[in-house]
Design a protein around this ligand. Structure first.
Ligand code: FAD
Length: 504
């Protein structure tokens, strides 16, 4: 039976309450960045209302315009698709992979399968909201049931407003509101079997999408990561048994593995924030018994929600500062900054904590949050290079590259975003290293050429006595670069540049 629903005009939440369809029909579940079977509302709805499920992933990167997945994200996507394919195969179904414009591919698939409905989980990037709006309206015009669901966030960004009816621009009141309205802790288990069509429908293999890099750059990714839903659950389990117990302190120490390491899994929707919350609450023995460490993890997930809230309400912010006066920031001219940008990207600035972070990123596709703040502050303040240049590099090299979180992180550090670090807060890389990597373990891991130096010389080799460097066999400028900027002078230059904005 085909049910025609008016083109989408109502509030998205109201669409969810449409009555279940006949259980003899076929539904397409359009997988995007919700590459999991557990706690997946679109899949759940399709299973509850229809007999046969056709799962499809459409590689439609053109729709993401200038924010199509970067090289590292494409690596992750490849492996995550392989895992999802296996998960469906183990349940008597087959994930279809297609390439092309989403609407055209979905229409083709509807024609091939006789599907009466298409379900998916929502995404929040401006270009994708627009694409999905068009897809939903067009499918409904065709007489197809088209419904979307909330799966990636605890709350829809349009549902949380200040008392004045405005979007939040400050984290603490946003979090206070959100934490009071978290959805009930109910997780749908992955279905044991997912009935599909009896005939075969043609699709591509993940290899055909050519997502893996041509360069031999990803070796370190394999050692560190296990993409896919199983990998996400494994990482969560490890965290709950280990890092969670000392997360509040441990989360700032880059040499340790005390954070969840779930960011790429969250970005690709291999796990939901609600699953993480449920695991933490379970470990604590109930919501009332949550301790500071568990609450701190939820708060970090709150920053993720805040980032999506901001991106939804201020869709221009991946390119433009939220605080518009920062559009006039007197950055260094493109020509004069190119060599310094390249040194930063390659981890050759001569400032060890910055170089260690950039090399961790290049090798593993991830960087510790504390070090992300340090390298971003160094780029935007000491080097006076636009935050957008840094955000682009992260976009290409981070396995967790996420438009909402990356935009928030860069604008926060540059001082031009919502609830941002004040512009005059310029991280001192030496003090940061002293405080958060006191014994130099992180620096030694990523800068093996300096590993024999004592901790103070390791943090600032250019300040070390020549005999200390000699003993370590280091010739500054040959074995390791001399600093590309003077930290004190560049700090002053940044303050002067920011002062022009402040007085504008
Ligand atoms: P955990 O400490 O275990 O935190 C759990 C989860 O909470 C994370 O997986 C993440 O989803 C969320 N979270 C934690 N901190 C933040 C934060 N500050 N803002 C938003 N969400 C947060 N995170 C990304 O996921 N993608 C990015 O592209 C990204 N770019 C960043 C750029 C800069 C300049 C900075 C300063 C931060 C950026 N972050 C980004 C935020 C943060 O660094 C990472 O989410 C975190 O390091 C991931 O490691 P984890 O999963 O072990 O974090």
């Amino acid at each position: 039976k085909t049910v025609i629903i008016r083109p989408y005009t109502a509030h998205p939440a109201t669409i969810l309450s449409k009555k279940p369809e006949s259980r003899t029909s076929t539904a397409i579940v359009w997988f995007r960045r919700d590459l999991r079977l557990t706690d997946n509302p679109a899949l759940q709805a399709a299973l509850a209302r229809h007999e046969r499920i056709v799962p499809v992933f459409v590689a439609d990167f053109a729709a993401e315009a200038s924010w199509a997945p970067g090289a590292a994200s494409r690596w992750w996507l490849h492996h995550s698709l392989v895992r999802l394919e296996n998960a469906f195969a183990g349940r008597g179904n087959a994930l279809l992979i297609r390439r092309g414009a989403s609407l055209a591919e979905l229409r083709r698939l509807i024609a091939e399968t006789g599907a009466e409905a298409v379900y998916w989980n929502r995404l929040y990037e401006p270009a994708l909201i627009e694409r999905d709006r068009v897809v939903k309206a067009a499918l409904r015009e065709d007489g197809i049931i088209a419904q979307s669901f909330r799966a990636a966030l605890w709350h829809e960004p349009w549902n949380l407003k200040t008392a004045a009816g405005e979007p939040y621009r400050v984290f603490t009141p946003f979090w206070r509101k959100l934490v009071g309205e978290l959805p009930p802790l109910q997780i749908h288990a992955a279905p044991a079997r997912i009935k599909g069509l009896s005939g075969k429908v043609a699709g591509l293999s993940p290899d055909a999408l050519e997502l893996l890099p041509k360069l031999d750059w990803d070796t370190g990714f394999y050692a560190r990561w296990r993409p896919g839903e199983d990998g996400a659950l494994h990482a969560l389990d490890n965290f709950v048994r280990g890092g969670l117990g000392h997360y509040t302190d441990g989360r700032n120490l880059p040499a340790r593995r005390d954070t969840t390491g779930l960011s790429p899994h969250l970005h690709f929707g291999e796990i939901s924030p609600q699953q993480i919350r449920a695991a933490i609450v379970r470990r604590a023995g109930g919501i009332a018994r949550l301790e500071a460490d568990g609450e701190q993890v939820l708060r970090e997930l709150g920053w993720r929600e805040f980032a999506h809230h901001l991106l939804f309400h201020f869709p221009q912010t991946p390119e433009h500062p939220l605080q518009t006066k920062f559009a006039d920031m007197p950055w260094r001219p493109a020509k004069s900054r190119a060599a310094d940008l390249a040194a930063w990207q390659r981890g050759r600035t001569g400032i060890p904590i910055v170089d260690a972070g950039m090399r961790e990123l290049w090798t593993t596709g991830w960087m510790h949050n504390r070090v992300r703040m340090i390298v971003a502050s160094f780029l935007t303040k000491n080097l006076l290079i636009p935050w957008q240049d840094g955000a682009r590099w992260f976009w290409d090299t981070l396995l967790d590259a996420d438009l909402a979180n990356n935009t928030l992180g860069w604008q926060w550090t540059a001082g031009c975003g919502a609830d941002a670090a004040p512009y005059f807060r310029i991280f001192n890389p030496l003090l940061q290293a002293e405080k958060f990597d006191a014994d130099g373990a992180y620096l030694r891991q990523w800068l093996p050429e300096l590993a024999t130096l004592p901790a103070d010389a390791l943090r600032a080799p250019w300040l070390a006595r020549p005999e200390v460097l000699n003993r370590g066999g280091i010739r500054l400028g040959t074995d390791y670069p001399a600093p590309i900027v003077d930290l004190a002078a560049s700090r002053k230059r940044a303050l002067a540049a920011y002062a022009t904005i402040k007085s504008a």
